[in-house]
Write a protein that binds this ligand. Structure first.
Ligand SMILES: Nc1ncnc2c1ncn2[C@@H]1O[C@H](COP(=O)(O)OP(=O)(O)OP(=O)(O)O)[C@@H](O)[C@H]1O
Ligand SMILES: [Mg+2]
Length: 216
């Protein structure tokens, strides 16, 4: 991915917005709506996903999601390596040029999957993430909240994903739901919880209102 040309360097730094939520909560659906919104405004923005901004990240994603023998620390370090590369190559240069960066999942995923649900201490994840993001924290995180049943059903409907987390069944989605709630409490200053169980258009209205509220 290449960073499109932004404006002059004296302009304000761009905003960094992440979308979080369980598999099937509607992140990619809403991110594509946000992309349309930026396109309609004629405002260039950078759209990425974690893991996998680069082919490099895609390979890490396949490696981790495709196998069961990885411990949480190994997983976290692999995802953090992707993040380090992605921040150095894409995210930070884009923000410096005044471009907004919209990310389908972000650093919170490591805290949820390898920290709250895994075995890696949260302060260790925090320290590594702070290094890989060079201290950049999302300006806003939109957490799409759906019940474990809805997330599970939507993920099932989509068929085979080769995603080991999606294949762990309803019980895992229940644990994941609680983990995201804990995440929202831990970072209440930047996380906005949006009810993702409604119709796509209704959710998009809320999402765009949040983004419009961030425009200076
Ligand atoms: N509000 C909604 N109501 C009903 N179905 C929805 C809604 N939003 C998304 N979907 C459908 O649910 C499925 C999952 O949506 P989507 O791919 O956007 O989720 P996701 O959060 O990106 O999932 P993953 O984490 O697995 O990538 C898709 O088939 C999508 O069309
Ligand atoms: Mg998705």
């Amino acid at each position: 991915m290449t960073v499109p040309r932004g404006r002059a360097s004296e302009v304000a730094e761009g905003k960094y917005v992440t979308f979080e939520g369980m598999g099937g909560s509607g992140k990619s659906t809403q991110v594509s709506r946000v992309k349309e919104w930026f396109e309609a405004r004629g405002q260039p923005a950078v759209f990425i996903k974690e893991p996998g901004t680069h082919d490099f990240g895609e390979r890490i994603r396949e490696l981790v999601l495709g196998r069961e023998d990885l411990d949480s620390l190994t997983e976290a370090l692999l995802f953090e390596a992707d993040r380090s590369y992605s921040f150095a190559q894409v995210v930070l240069p884009a923000l410096e040029r005044g471009l907004w960066v919209i990310s389908d999942r972000g650093p919170d995923g490591t805290e949820v999957f390898q920290g709250i649900l895994g075995s890696v201490q949260l302060d260790l994840i925090e320290a590594i993430t702070s290094a890989t993001t060079r201290g950049k924290v999302p300006d806003r995180t939109i957490l799409l909240q759906v019940s474990p049943t809805i997330a599970f059903e939507r993920s099932q409907r989509r068929g085979v994903t080769n995603d080991k987390f999606d294949e762990r069944g309803l019980k895992f989605f229940e644990r994941l739901y609680d983990a995201y709630k804990e995440l929202a409490t831990r970072h209440a200053e930047r996380i906005v919880v949006v009810d993702g169980s409604r119709a796509v258009d209704q959710i998009t209205r809320d999402v765009i209102a949040i983004i419009e509220g961030m425009v200076e």
